[in-house]
Design a protein around this ligand. Structure first.
Ligand code: 4NP
Length: 164
């Protein structure tokens, strides 16, 4: 079968505060699952931060380490959410409620409003936020990985379901 045309792709943006710990991990895990299922032609996937402190940096080494332990590679550099993202993406997936509030403010006045959701809306286990692991130890990154992995699996199921 020929690949789907770009018009039928779903564009998903994962967002956290710094774009060095959680959202690049979610981007990498989601892209990994999409590749595993051979669905690359159906998705555009990216991540960004609401803050600008780490723009241009590689992901935090602790996020890269936890990803590598699970066979997931992380590439790319941090960038900030920009106004054009609201026109470009179909779904914006935030890690915590502060990200959601900041996104709401940044989208203010933009003519197009993509759907904005918390990643853990798709988590099969209880909890609504992916906590910021930046100031904690490595076990925090493993916990974040587990939440991100469960949620991304279910999010992908949702997006490829006939009614999704
Ligand atoms: P992230 O984690 O939002 O998951 O990328 C953070 C990284 C850096 C900072 C905050 C959160 N910071 O304040 O520098």
């Amino acid at each position: 079968m020929p690949p789907k045309s770009p018009e039928t792709r779903t564009a998903v943006l994962f967002v956290c505060l710094g774009n060095i710990c959680r959202s690049p991990l979610a981007e990498a895990v989601f892209a990994h699952l999409v590749r595993e299922r051979g669905l690359e032609d159906r998705f555009e996937i990216d991540s960004a931060g609401t803050g600008a402190w780490h723009v241009g940096e590689r992901a935090d080494r602790r996020s890269m380490a936890v990803a590598a332990r699970h066979g997931v590679s992380m590439e790319g550099r941090a960038r900030r959410v920009e106004p054009s993202d609201f026109g470009r993406f179909d779904l914006i997936v935030a890690m915590d409620r502060e990200n959601l509030r900041d996104l709401e403010r940044m989208a203010d006045g933009h003519p197009r409003r993509p759907k904005t959701r918390l990643l853990r809306e798709w988590d099969s286990e209880d909890g609504d936020e992916v906590p910021d692991p930046y100031y904690g130890g490595p076990e925090g990154f493993e916990r974040v990985y587990a939440m991100v992995r469960r949620s991304c699996e279910a999010l992908l199921d949702h997006l490829v379901a006939p009614e999704g």
